[in-house]
Design a protein around this ligand. Sequence first.
Ligand code: NAD
Length: 250
Amino acid sequence: MKPRIGIAGITGRMGACLRREVAATGAELAGGIGRPGSAGEFADIAALAAECDVVIDFTHASTVAAHAVALAGAKTAWILGTTGYDAAAAHAAATAGGVIPVVAAANFSPGVNLVLALAERMAAALPASAYDAEIVEMHHRQKVDAPSGTALALGEAVAAGRGVELANVIVRARDGHTGARADGHIGFASLLGGQIVGNHSLTFTAATEQIGLTHLAFDRGVFAAGAVRAAFWVQGRPPGLYSMKDVLGL
Ligand code: NAD
């Protein structure tokens, strides 16, 4: 059965792509919300959730905790694409996963999720003492959070492959006299410019070789297609916090 879908963030860049993607799949679009006061068919998240089987949410980090409560209250499934939220918001999303099915992903592209799976395997195979892991990302000039959620997910994948906590080895940026690189650190660099949808590269560099993975997103449609695929997949699932790896069977 095709789900009745609501879009939180319908007036945004992703919202426009999602509107097109929902129409292309033949699913029913119940409508959406933007930030308070902006256009949208519903007054707020609770009103939207009451009219949908699933809400696809690409809004702003500040909304996540409140959306978690509203969607759990309405028993409406949640596809969470918003990035840049803090640990308290992540906890709220996980708590909602005890009541409703939640698919949360920093990146809904199938290609990126394959890259994440490969990154973990590479990190497990390449010793941290010999291979320096560095992540570089570039995004459009309007992006407000850095490193990007996808870059951080890449870092998490490398840390998981190495059996360490990302928080203990992360170097989010380098500036000034930072000293030499320590073994095991995972370094990040974030660039902004123009209208780049999302470029990510992960390199493992040793004294004698370098190996890397690169993903370039050409069109936001790739995220919208993945999110709508998740909205179809989530129907009838038990409550839980799922990832795009679950949706893709990776
Ligand atoms: P955007 O600024 O173009 O759109 C944001 C949307 O959210 C707008 O509709 C805005 O009205 C709405 N919004 C903002 N604050 C709100 C609030 N308090 N309550 C309700 N609605 C609110 O941004 P975008 O480029 O569409 O990206 C939106 C989010 O999705 C960002 O967090 C971005 O990083 C993330 N993103 C995730 C993926 C992924 O695959 N997971 C891909 C692209 C973007």
